[in-house]
Design a binder for this molecule. Structure first.
Ligand SMILES: [Mg+2]
Length: 411
């Protein structure tokens, strides 16, 4: 059997030449993805993990704290949509694998965690999200100990100001109401790009409201103007034929990408849509498998790849995807779910990755988490947010808020 499986084999069996090209690219991307991401070679003292704690400062807010034997600490704020249900996986299946480990060699730890107690059998959001949260705390620890910002541990800053796009996610509003809200947000933030929903969300071609998709595409262009970058997301609403029809409407208004035109795990269908259209196809937010994204890039099924920094398992794995995308000349623009501090992690990704794309998804930063940042307001000015440059993620959580937090015991 060759390197291609599943959808890849189907593609390969119908196109001999495509098979060779795909296999060459698969091997090339494999090699790119295996290169080390973290470089702490000039940090000479071990940074050994003594404890991993899950803290709950208030209801439905979670913080992971990693403490070293030397008493240094790193923090990460959990994803509010899922971490409350998934932290037992961190406690039972992930944290035990790194107690006593020197996390200067985090990439080795990642692989060992994947094998620990056959954790690979859990692969999916439920495994990668708690691991990502732990990684964010580990990176904070490494940055604080080595006194450098996260981008300086993964190759250095390529930019310090990150352009954002505003995502309007409410497809139950009429086209007119949606566009009105997008315009208001653009006026408030200075965003130079917006994303709006088309279709009904995994809806087998049904629209969310009758005629909304046909209405919103030209209206967004008309109201937001010729200069605005527009993106559209169908959340897997269509079959191939309908996705191609809607994709042509998007092309007619110069929409810059079409996200998840078909259900996300229909890889060959996604490729069929991409082959038929000129508009770049975006996707990857649901993916847990690096191999799936490798295949999608190698076969040119996706022209913009969008791993979710939490769902996909953190910064290091996502940077590997970005490097694979760069090798085929594509952008890797991460997805981020919910508010919380997710955008902080996206900012650092975009600061360190040259092909992060021109605009990052912005859903705001948490106003109900007591953080301070001396190097950035973390708020958009003229559509750009400055990346914090202090150690680790460059923010400080209120020590009182942490000190009074409940430490959650194993379940
Ligand atoms: Mg999406």
């Amino acid at each position: 059997m060759g390197l291609l499986t599943g959808a890849g084999m189907m593609q390969a069996s119908t196109q001999g030449r495509g098979k060779e090209m795909g296999e060459d690219r698969m091997a090339q991307l494999e090699e790119v993805a295996e290169r080390p991401v973290l470089d702490l070679s000039d940090v000479h003292a071990p940074i050994v993990v003594e404890a991993v704690d899950v803290l709950r400062p208030v209801a439905n807010k979670y913080v992971v704290r990693v403490r070293s034997r030397d008493g240094a600490e790193g923090f990460a704020v959990g994803n509010e949509l899922h971490f409350g249900a998934l932290y037992p996986i961190l406690q039972q299946r992930i944290a035990p694998a790194i107690i006593g480990r020197d996390v200067r060699y985090w990439e080795e730890c990642l692989h060992d965690i994947f094998l620990h107690r056959s954790n690979y059998k859990l692969q999916g959001l439920a495994f990668w999200l708690p691991l990502a949260t732990l990684e964010f705390a580990v990176l904070d620890l490494l940055g604080r100990v080595s006194e450098r910002a996260v981008p300086d541990m993964v190759g250095g800053f390529v930019r310090k100001g990150v352009g954002l796009y505003y995502a309007h996610n409410d497809r139950d509003r009429t086209a007119e109401d949606s566009v009105r809200r997008m315009r208001r947000n653009v006026e408030r933030t200075g965003a130079k790009a917006v994303k709006f929903k088309v279709g009904g969300r995994m809806s087998r071609n049904a629209d969310s409201l009758p005629g909304r998709t046909e209405a919103i595409i030209p209206l967004a262009r008309e109201v937001l103007g010729a200069e605005m970058t527009l993106y559209a997301d169908s959340n897997g609403s269509y079959d191939v034929a309908e996705a191609i029809r809607v994709g042509r409407l998007l092309e007619g208004q110069r929409v810059a990408f079409f996200e998840e035109p078909v259900p996300f795990d229909r890889f060959a269908d996604t490729k069929s849509v991409a082959d038929a259209l000129d508009i770049p196809i975006a996707g990857g937010e649901q993916d847990a498998s690096s191999y799936n994204l490798q295949w999608s890039l190698a076969l040119d099924a996706l022209q913009v790849v969008q791993p979710d920094l939490f769902y996909f398992g953190g910064l290091v794995r996502s940077i590997r995807v970005a490097r694979m995308a760069a090798a085929v000349g594509r952008d890797c623009t991460p997805h981020i779910s919910g508010a919380g501090m997710g955008f902080l992690y996206v900012l650092h990704f975009a600061a360190a990755v040259s092909n992060a794309g021109p605009h990052q998804e912005f859903k705001g930063v948490a106003e109900d988490i007591p953080w301070e940042c001396s190097t950035s307001s973390l708020r958009p000015e003229n559509g750009v947010v400055q990346v914090p440059t202090g150690p680790g993620w460059g923010i400080e959580l209120d020590p009182q808020w942490i000190a009074q937090a409940k430490v959650l015991g194993p379940i």
